[in-house]
Design a protein around this ligand. Structure first.
Ligand code: HEM
Length: 542
């Protein structure tokens, strides 16, 4: 028996050694291939990124991937290899070549990680161009000019209530307690989205307990969990495994945060579906259903079959997309604006003067010519979207057969390419002083020395909402929310950073690219995740 045990043990260790040898040979072989024989072998990049996606994954996990990409551009130039089969390009022309409408690319594997099963891909996750165009037509309808215009009533209602709550019970001249702008704006935007997407306010900004207050946090946890997977060395295997049991497994072991978020969307969809069905059945005389985003999705017809455009599974996915895309992004933009205004007294003074002189009351601050003529307000918003873009990384694209020419170089089929929004909008040669919050750079003005050429050069590299067929469909709505919120807030009150507080600001310890004490720090989780700034508010003395 003892002899048999020894033979078995020897057999097992022999197998383990053989397996180890195979793994080592595989890794050494693939490293040699990647370094010397791959079509991307001549591109510069960090050594480990050339042989593995691990560095990219590591920084995605840490939330610093946008900074890592920017650092790599400083070291390796405008094009570098961020993973064995991937290039990141940091030039306005490269950006146009990749994301332009006719570009010979499709969406990368990144997007295939998100759907909870293959049939549930939403508009953003849909790789097939024809199918995406079909879904996009429905969304274009959801966000038509008319729809955005009629959304304003709800935006205004929430912004006014939010402002009331901020300075509730304050005596004249008194400042509020310090409040975290990340939470405040999350609740505001989430309530607006509730009204616009599902026909009801979630009332998360109201004082007192409310289980829905946890949802913005769950959204952040969900993207923080998913993003590293999309950048991991095993992403191809992951996507391959999804229909082969992984989706079922993930459904069973999902984090409580993800479960809470999904349950919330599911419940919202179920409630609205029931309302739509009841309305259809009863056809209540003279009554129109509330035309929120869900209504348009529910009523959308497939042009080929005439039946509903979306299955219940797909309605869930589109609703999930709208909830994520429409909340975190806009609230990050609001936090960034508030951060930069509170840290730049010159800009703050100039902007408050514009808003307070142009309007006779906060109620006048609605969409239209007058608001559109607030040049400096618009410039402050654009500048915030530049320095703290709510979508940070490269939007992953895969080159199709026939290849793609980027900045004069031929990139072959199958390569993952992209431009990181954060890096492009911090490009030294385009912006000159990319770390400085300077809204004036967006306004042609002899006095400040900004020429039409300067503005158009800056605009060539300014794409916070992306471009091409997959650009942000909610852009006009987001801009409306930002203009009305910042306009009304500054009309009604003053803001300041509590003395000594630095939440959300850069610091020496954070290292290269994150040291600026007057630069807002965000975490890269595909969409940005933020904390701060802390702010105090005071009713404006008129
Ligand atoms: C400041 C706020 C916002 C910014 C900076 C922003 C930015 C972006 C970007 C960069 C994309 C492209 C993502 C990719 O291709 O991976 C995108 C897509 C999208 N956004 Fe926004 N977004 C904002 C607000 C909104 C809002 C308020 C909504 C709707 C409620 C929205 C809905 C969408 C949708 C549905 C897509 C997918 C479009 C498609 O695939 O055809 N976004 N957004």
């Amino acid at each position: 028996m003892a002899a048999l045990g020894i033979i078995l043990q020897e057999g097992t260790s022999h197998w383990i050694l053989s397996l180890l040898a195979i793994v080592v040979v595989y890794f050494v072989g693939s490293a040699i291939y990647n370094l010397h024989f791959s079509p991307l072998a001549n591109y510069p990049g960090p050594f480990f990124a050339k042989i593995s996606a691990f560095p990219s994954f590591y920084h995605a996990l840490k939330g610093t991937r946008h900074i890592w990409i920017w650092q790599c551009h400083q070291v390796y130039g405008d094009t570098f290899r961020f993973q064995p089969n991937g290039l990141i390009i940091n030039s306005p022309s490269g950006h146009n070549s990749i994301y332009g409408t006719r570009s010979n690319v499709k969406k990368g594997k990144f997007y295939e990680v998100f759907p909870r099963n293959k049939a549930a891909a939403n508009t953003l996750d849909t790789i097939d161009k024809v199918l995406h165009a079909k879904k996009r037509r429905v969304l274009n309808n959801v966000f038509s000019d008319n729809a955005v215009r009629s959304a304003e009533t709800f935006v205004v209602k929430h912004v006014d209530r939010w402002c009331d709550l901020l300075v509730d019970n304050l005596k004249p001249g008194e400042w509020t307690e310090p409040k975290n702008a990340a939470h405040l704006t999350d609740f505001l935007v989430f309530d607006i989205l509730g009204d616009l997407a599902f026909g009801r306010s979630f009332e998360s900004k109201e004082p007192g307990p409310n289980p829905l207050k946890a949802i913005p946090h769950s959204i952040a946890s969900f993207v923080k969990f998913m993003y590293p997977i999309t950048k991991s060395p095993i992403v191809n295997f992951w996507v391959w495994m999804k229909p082969r049991g992984l989706d079922i497994l993930l459904e069973r072991i999902k984090t409580p945060e993800t479960a809470r978020f999904e349950d919330f969307v599911q419940a919202s969809v179920a409630e609205r579906t029931e309302q739509e069905q009841r309305f259809q059945k009863e056809r209540i005389q003279g009554q129109e259903p509330r035309k929120d985003m869900f209504h348009y999705l529910f009523q959308a017809r497939d042009p080929d079959t005439g039946g509903p455009a979306y299955t219940p599974n797909q309605l869930f996915s589109e609703a999930t997309l709208l909830t994520i895309a429409g909340t975190d992004t806009t609230s990050t933009a609001m936090c960034a604006i508030l951060f930069y205004l509170a840290h730049n007294p010159r800009v703050y003074k100039k902007l408050t003067r514009e808003v307070r002189e142009k309007f006779g009351s906060a109620h006048e601050i609605v969409g239209g010519l007058k608001l559109a003529s607030c040049q400096y307000l618009r410039a402050c918003i654009d500048e915030s979207l530049r320095v703290a873009p709510p979508v940070l990384p490269e939007l992953s694209r895969e080159v199709l057969p026939g290849g793609l020419s980027i900045d004069g170089a031929f990139v072959p089929e199958g390569v993952q390419v992209g431009t990181s929004g954060w890096s492009l909008m911090h490009h030294d040669e385009v912006f000159g002083d990319p770390w400085v919050y300077r809204p004036e750079r967006w306004i042609v003005d002899e006095e400040s020395g900004v020429t039409a050429g300067d503005v158009s050069r800056a605009q060539m590299a300014f794409h916070p909402f992306s471009i091409g067929v997959g650009n942000c469909v909610g852009r006009n709505l987001a801009m409306q929310e930002l203009l009305v919120t910042v306009g009304r807030l500054l009309y009604r009150m003053d803001i300041r950073v509590p003395v000594g507080d630095s939440l959300g600001a850069g610091s020496e310890e954070l290292g290269w690219g994150r040291r600026g004490k007057r630069n807002f720090q965000i975490r890269d989780a595909y969409v940005a995740v933020k904390d701060g700034p802390m702010l105090q508010f005071k009713r404006r003395e008129v």
